[in-house]
Design a protein. Structure first.
Length: 695
């Protein structure tokens, strides 16, 4: 049976071609996909290191590079290159099968041979080597073969290894860079998502290796599938998942599972693939997240991933409060939600009426985080409830006072027939927990780090406990709403089913490194009573380092922002690919005004954003989004951390520390939205959070 594989490099090359050449590519390879390639002429290349690498004519100028089988009928399209480049590309390379993972890999043998003597010369006066701490057996276990091992043993530092990435076999490079970044061999193995075969892989069987390599090669069956691959060639994430992503997206788990990882490592991509995969198998899937903006971006991406109406029909993409509303309204009729100002006024009235020594903020948080958060139902339960995370200790009498206020508040909600979002979610959780028929077979949660415990209870109750019930994607380093939870405390067990992604696909290594520095010394939980790690996190794309610059006045800062954005646009970046992040709505509006005055169309993300306008938004609103270029402005000592958002230390020490951490994470979230360029500015003194990157 003939197969046609398309390597991700081929699709990348294809995306960059002129439409007329793309059309020719389609015509030529249509024949392959129709298995009528007897009429397609493959040409062998003189001096090829690997005779299986051959060319096919697309136009007079362009050639396709094809991996042709020694025998049989499986072809893999590897590259589209100008004629001469195609020939020299082939003359330098060899195909092999990775002994540990059984996957296909390509290496630039000529560059390896040219570089090795140089490395050996450079290392002559240096006794240390990059991999002194790793033995050969571990390297071989991770798939490093003889040629790469000799090369690796000559390396003295990380920079040499990074510089060799383009010519080393990719999975072997992945293993080496993981070790060089401090991961243990077992952690690296988990990242390679390898599948050790007792009897080992047949390293001569290229066809089998191709079918084992979905992260590189998509196999198409017929012209329709071929056209579907060509349909959106820039959205590579639809087709090629890193092995670590694929294992999580398509795995079947005995219960709930979780995927973590730094910004841009593809957690959302994994959540989308998983939703489509479970729906294809017939399950009713809830794909949910924290806000309506994020839910609608998930919906858009899902439609890029699949157009099958039956699959789409089985996936409900909604944010958590929407589900809560539907469940509670189904029982109680239309709901009125209390606005934050009304909620504060209600607490204020109660404090006054009862003459209590608490602020409305304190009581609101106590109600939300302890009473609703821990599902406390009566005074005795409240007296016994753990208040971890709430800094101010309360004596018995004070607790009785708090309970008095809380009871008055919830009675008032009932009397007025109004709800807060949290009380609505708590009620939805109660109703769903009682329901015998659960609305979903699978619940997938993105940006999970920000969900409040009442929302977790709701999601836990929306699906029966069992295989593949809950799937959680999130990064606690990006937690910006201060909802620290213990999943096991909420009845969600992910032990042994927790995964971490480390390859960043969004940001350049320079922006990623700079942003990770912002978090130096910060220790963050993993939502499951352990600590989250960032080790091994990397980006393979390089660019300019971020610019961080102070200005004498706010006006000057805004003028410079306009100038910077003007320069980005002049260099060919379209305005909607530029994001401006600020801590406050006020500064967002000022930035939009300053850009408008400078003749740069800009719009706030809080409103409908027209095409052709730069997107400006608060750092909170930036969550989950990405732009080619990002300006983070107003990063001054008086703006970040925002004074109003930090509990005074004397009022509540634990809350103070947690608030500061959240503000730092907010800056981290804003900075990591940038794909290619990051510009950070302030006026006056810089924020203390910038200290690690300014020294
Ligand atoms: N396998 C892949 N191939 C190509 N691009 C990918 C792949 N995985 C992810 N990406 C791209 O990387 C970017 C980041 O992916 P995604 O938003 O899923 O990351 P994330 O981990 O959810 O990020 P964040 O935590 O910052 O929200 C997106 O542009 C996505 O399309």
């Amino acid at each position: 049976m003939a197969t046609l594989g398309i390597d991700q490099d081929f699709l990348r090359d294809y995306a960059e071609l002129e439409p007329a050449v793309q059309k020719r590519v389609q015509e030529v390879f249509r024949k392959f996909s129709e298995a009528t390639h007897a009429g397609v002429h493959l040409e062998k290349v003189h001096n090829a290191r690997d005779p299986r690498l051959q060319t096919v004519r697309i136009t007079q100028f362009w050639r396709g590079v094809v991996l042709a089988p020694d025998s049989g009928d499986s072809y893999t399209l590897l590259k589209v290159l100008p004629h001469d480049a195609a020939y020299s590309w082939i003359q330098r390379r060899r195909v092999s099968v990775n002994a540990a993972t059984g996957r296909i890999e390509l290496r630039d043998v000529a560059s390896i041979e040219e570089t090795l003597p140089q490395l050996e010369r450079l290392g002559e006066h240096d006794n240390r080597r990059l991999f002194d701490a790793v033995n050969d057996a571990d390297l071989r276990r991770l798939g490093v073969d003889g040629e790469t091992l000799t090369f690796a043993r000559a390396l003295t530092d990380l920079i040499q290894l990074e510089a060799s990435q383009s010519f080393l076999p990719p999975q072997q490079y992945d293993a080496l860079i993981g070790l060089a970044l401090g991961m243990s061999p077992d952690e690296v193995w988990a990242q390679l998502a390898g599948d050790l075969q007792e009897q080992g892989y047949d390293t001569e069987d290229i066809d089998a290796a191709v079918t084992r390599s979905p992260e590189r090669v998509v196999l198409v069956h017929g012209p329709d599938e071929l056209m579907a691959v060509f349909a959106d060639p820039f959205a590579l994430w639809r087709i090629y998942l890193h092995p670590a992503q694929r294992r999580v997206a398509y795995g079947s788990f005995g219960g709930s599972a979780k995927v973590g990882g730094a910004p841009g490592t593809g957690k959302t991509v994994v959540a989308l693939h998983r939703a489509a995969h479970l729906a294809e198998q017939g399950g009713r899937v809830l794909l949910t997240t924290f806000t309506s903006t994020l839910a609608s971006s998930l919906e858009d991406s899902l439609r890029l991933l699949t157009s099958d109406p039956e699959v789409l029909d089985r996936i409900d993409v909604r944010h958590v409060d929407q589900i809560a509303y539907q469940v509670v309204a189904g029982q109680h009729g239309r709901l009125t939600i209390l606005r934050p100002a009304e909620e504060r006024a209600t607490w204020k009235r109660i404090i006054k009426r009862l003459g209590l020594p608490f602020t409305e903020g304190f009581l609101a948080a106590e109600w939300r985080d302890v009473v609703l958060g821990r599902g406390v139902a009566d005074a005795d339960a409240y007296l016994a409830a753990k208040r971890s995370g709430r800094g101010r200790a309360l004596g018995h009498l004070q607790k009785a006072q708090v309970w008095h206020a809380v009871s008055a508040f919830s009675e008032e909600l009932t009397e007025r027939n109004v709800w807060t979002y949290e009380s609505m979610c708590a009620e939805a959780a109660r109703l769903l927990a009682d329901a015998e028929d659960k609305p979903y077979d699978h619940v997938i949660v993105d940006e999970a780090q920000d969900l409040h415990p009442v929302r977790w209870r709701l999601l836990r109750a929306a699906v029966a406990e069992g295989r593949d019930d809950l799937f959680i994607a999130g990064d606690t380093h990006q937690r910006i709403y201060g909802n620290t939870v213990s999943l096991r405390g909420l009845g969600i067990k992910v032990a042994g089913r927790s995964f971490r992604l480390t390859v960043n696909y969004r940001t350049t290594a320079e922006i990623l490194g700079w942003s990770l520095n912002l978090l130096s010394g910060v220790r963050v939980d993993d939502m499951d009573e352990g600590l989250e790690k960032l080790s091994g996190c990397r980006s393979d794309v390089h660019g300019s380092p971020p610019t961080a610059i102070g200005h004498p006045t706010r006006q000057r800062e805004l003028d410079q922002l306009a100038e910077k954005i003007g320069a980005w646009i002049s260099s060919g970046v379209s305005p909607e690919e530029i994001g401006v992040a600020a801590r406050s709505n006020k500064l967002v509006d000022e930035a939009v005004g300053a850009l408008d005055r400078a003749g740069v169309a800009a719009a706030s993300l809080a409103r409908k954003t027209p095409d052709g306008a730069v997107r400006a938004g608060t750092m909170h609103r930036m969550k989950g989004l990405e732009f080619r270029c990002v300006a983070v402005i107003g990063v001054g000592v008086h703006q970040i951390p925002a004074t109003g958002a930090v509990t005074p230390e004397e009022e509540d020490k634990a809350a103070h520390t947690a608030d500061l951490e959240r503000e730092r994470c907010l800056l981290f979230v804003a900075a990591t939205r940038a794909r290619e360029a990051l510009y950070v500015s302030w006026h006056g003194e810089p924020s203390p959070f910038l200290r690690p990157v300014l020294t």
